[in-house]
Design a protein around this ligand. Structure first.
Ligand SMILES: [Zn+2]
Length: 383
């Protein structure tokens, strides 16, 4: 069943609870006769559960003919129309509701937010934006800001998000994630002048892995290597599984020389807390260079005893091919080629929210559009 149907079903179940409560408070209902209104709501709900939205709409329309005052029911019906693509009908319901006298401020805001969603779905982006801009400083600012930011995010209007943020008194957690996302996007587009965006975003979410990673890149570009390493250490402290992602930036810092710090020490420090294979490869090549092949071979063999992996096995086979004295290596090379094919075809990253898998690291999931939800995959054929 689609997510929106489940969402509607939950709303309806809550509505039924309220409806039954209200019915029982107003009228005496004998035990022997089932409450008619709730049984009717259950029938409408059954249509939704059985993925029959047309029948559900028909049913709720007939219920409204009997209880035309119910704003909640009208809003649910308009949502159904919107999901079915019948935007004109959804807009008409909301406009008719707004024409009612004596609506509370909260109800008017709620209907306006629904109306903005209709406008956005209908491609009337300017009208949706204008409605929401009028609401972002109201008591319903949280929902209005969330929707406005998601519209700007879809349009990749990152600068709009950044410009309005300092004027807002309240941001939900999802809005804060979008501010950080917008700041990082703008920094990547304009690395020379984009540092200020990162600083602004840090006020809202200092514990963002993505933000600290981009700070490290900014410091690296400014040749502030110690500051860059400090940011990378913060990323690892926030989420150890990100070590394979930060490793290339750390390497670049040390390639340029970080006075008083030792790359090997940092790698060993991270290896103790999270022995991912990217770290093993890096330590292995340092050992080869500094201590020789025997030391590197012992390190790799010991690691594979406790963390067996195909990439690790390939590394060991390569070492034997380079240093061994075999008469015929064709079979070993064929085996190695097969392993390479397995490694190359497997995904390296996965979204923790929707399960989307990818070969490339993304800060925003292409599947579910969540920020900072993608992490390296760990297992026999990965990290
Ligand atoms: Zn996802």
């Amino acid at each position: 069943m689609p997510d929106w149907l489940i969402f509607l079903a939950v709303i309806l179940l809550l509505g039924i609870g309220w409806f039954i409560g209200r019915s029982q408070a107003l009228y005496f209902i004998p035990d022997s006769s089932p409450p008619q209104s709730s049984s009717r709501l259950f029938k409408g709900l059954n249509y939704l559960i059985n993925e029959q939205p047309d029948q559900a709409i028909h049913y709720f329309v007939s219920m409204l003919e009997e209880d035309s005052e119910s704003i909640d029911l009208q809003i649910i019906l308009a949502k159904l129309f919107r999901k079915q693509g019948e935007l004109d009908r959804a807009i008409t319901i909301h406009q008719r509701l707004l024409a009612r006298p004596n609506l509370t401020e909260a109800t008017i805001d709620r209907i306006h937010i629904e109306l903005a969603q209709n406008y956005y779905s209908a491609g009337l982006h300017d009208r949706a934006e204008q409605l929401l801009l009028d609401l972002v400083h109201s008591k319903s600012s949280g929902k209005a800001t969330d929707l406005l930011f998601s519209i700007w995010e879809d349009q990749k209007e990152w600068d709009q998000i950044i410009e309005i943020t300092p004027t807002l008194k309240f941001l939900t957690e999802s809005a804060k994630a979008r501010v950080v996302g917008a700041a990082c996007e703008l920094f990547v587009r304009q690395p020379d002048t984009g540092f200020r965006y990162l600083t602004l975003a840090e006020r809202h979410r200092a514990d963002s892995v993505m933000l600290n990673y981009h700070f490290a890149e900014a410091h690296l570009a400014d040749k502030a290597y110690r500051k860059a390493i400090k940011r990378l250490k913060k990323v690892v402290a926030l989420d150890q599984s990100m070590i394979p992602v930060v490793l290339p930036v750390a390497r670049r810092c040390f390639e340029h020389g970080v006075w008083g710090l030792n790359y090997h020490s940092l790698l060993n420090e991270w290896f103790q807390i999270h022995p991912s294979f990217s770290l093993v490869k890096e330590i292995f090549s340092i050992l080869m260079h500094e201590e020789g092949v025997d030391s590197a071979k012992v390190f790799l063999s010991d690691y594979l005893q406790t963390h067996p992996s195909i990439p690790g096995l390939v590394q060991l086979v390569d070492l034997h091919l380079q240093t061994g004295h075999w008469e015929d290596t064709s079979t070993v090379k064929m085996f190695r080629g097969l392993c390479d094919q397995i490694i190359d075809h497997d995904m390296k990253y996965q979204c923790q929210k929707c399960g989307y898998q990818t070969m490339k690291m993304y800060w925003q999931c292409p599947g579910c559009r969540a920020w900072e939800s993608i992490r390296p995959i760990y297992g026999l054929n990965a990290e």
